[in-house]
Design a protein around this ligand. Structure first.
Ligand code: MRU
Length: 371
């Protein structure tokens, strides 16, 4: 008997696309509503920048690199609404206002601001062109951002797979947190991309933290791995320490929303706990992220803004109340100090501590907080 969750090998999921064959160019942006996964696959069609903004703000699309791609697609849509008569500086000023608006969507993932900066520059390059030409330049830039992210994830996967220990007679047991797969990126994934690349070479067994309160691990990571036919065991976040103490975890790997100059890493709430547990148990703790997540202009984790999300996400599960109406704290991210990170895997290779030196050497043209 078939169930909605039977294991099969369909085409890779993607969180967002534009139809390149649409009659007037790639106008409509289609966003997979991740709030409804894994139970329903519903697409939201966005014809305005504000509609894309709402999908980011309300977490229909989430995951740092995917947010960057969505912002770029959204801004390309926004450019279409700027009157053709606005040219040169007028066009740049109007586009800058859209960028400022887009920057309010979510605060922590630096990929959002990185993608906006790329689109701002493209708008300046396009400012003297006619209305159709400048839209097409911005469409191309957004498409480049998407394609580059996919390529970076495959490179991260290859570098990371080489770090995965092998045990001959049994699979490597890998713990991960949140969702860092195709759904969180332009495809393949960062930490989940490393897991996918490692799985292509030898058996892996994944322990997925459910990732309270938004349940990205339970709803999204478990779903992606099941679709891929990769062995996945879902665990409550609070079970990670117990499994480590039992000797059942060989390594942990997570993604990132922003990595500061010194390697301090903001990622989904609960990541810091995993890193501390790994240190306690002598388990390697890796961070996998593309260069668009690395923010060398931020000196350390204390400067990273941490999003606080609504109390409702903690007080309810799928609309059912699970607690009395008490005060709630719901920080969506935490910061793992760089000293707890065994290595940072990027598309350019593997950075090791001290990260101030290794990241600066890996990305020599990027701005530094210290300079
Ligand atoms: O709140 P979310 O779901 O956007 O948070 C996502 C994460 O924290 C991911 O681990 C991070 O963005 C990396 S995704 C490749």
């Amino acid at each position: 008997m078939s169930t909605p969750f039977e294991t099969r090998r369909p085409a890779e999921v993607m969180p967002i696309y534009r139809d390149p064959l649409a009659p007037h160019g790639p106008g409509t942006v289609h966003v997979l509503d991740q709030r409804r996964l894994p139970f329903e696959e519903v697409w939201i069609a966005c014809d305005t920048m504000q509609a894309v903004w709402t999908t980011i703000r309300e977490m229909a699309i989430r995951g740092a690199p995917a947010i960057g791609v969505a912002a770029a697609y959204g801004l390309a849509l926004g450019a279409r609404a700027i009157p053709a008569s606005n040219s040169g500086p007028e066009f740049v000023a109007a586009f800058d206002r859209l960028c400022d608006e887009m920057a309010e969507a979510r605060p922590t993932a630096v990929n959002l601001f990185w993608a906006i900066a790329r689109m701002r520059q493209a708008a300046r390059d396009a400012a003297q062109s006619g209305a159709d030409a400048r839209v097409s330049i911005l469409d191309d830039e957004a498409e480049a951002i998407r394609a580059e992210d996919l390529a970076m994830n495959h490179a991260i996967g290859a570098h990371g797979a080489a770090l995965v220990p092998r045990f001959g007679d049994r699979p490597t047991r890998i713990l991960t947190h949140c969702n860092t797969g195709s759904l969180a990126t332009a495809g393949w994934g960062t930490a989940l991309g490393v897991i996918r690349s490692a799985h292509a070479q030898a058996a892996v067994e994944v322990f997925a933290d459910e990732t309270r309160p938004y349940l990205q691990g339970a709803r999204l990571t478990a779903w992606e791995l099941l679709r891929d036919g990769i062995d996945v065991t879902l665990i409550p976040d609070s079970a990670a320490g117990h499994l480590m103490a039992q000797g059942l975890i060989d390594m942990a790997i997570v993604g990132a929303d922003r990595i500061a100059e010194n390697g301090d890493t903001a990622n989904k709430i609960g990541t810091y706990t995993v890193a501390v547990l790994c240190a306690r148990h002598g388990i390697p703790f890796y961070v996998a992220a593309p260069s668009s997540t690395i923010d060398l202009a931020t000196r350390d984790g204390s400067q990273i803004p941490i999003e606080e999300r609504p109390a409702k996400e903690v007080l309810e599960v799928f609309g059912t109340k699970i607690a009395p109406p008490v005060k709630v704290r719901n920080p969506s991210f935490d910061v793992t100090p760089g000293e707890l990170v065994t290595a940072i895997i990027t598309e350019r290779g593997v950075a090791r501590p001290p990260y101030r030196d290794s990241l600066a050497a890996m990305f020599p043209t990027r701005g530094s907080a210290a300079r």
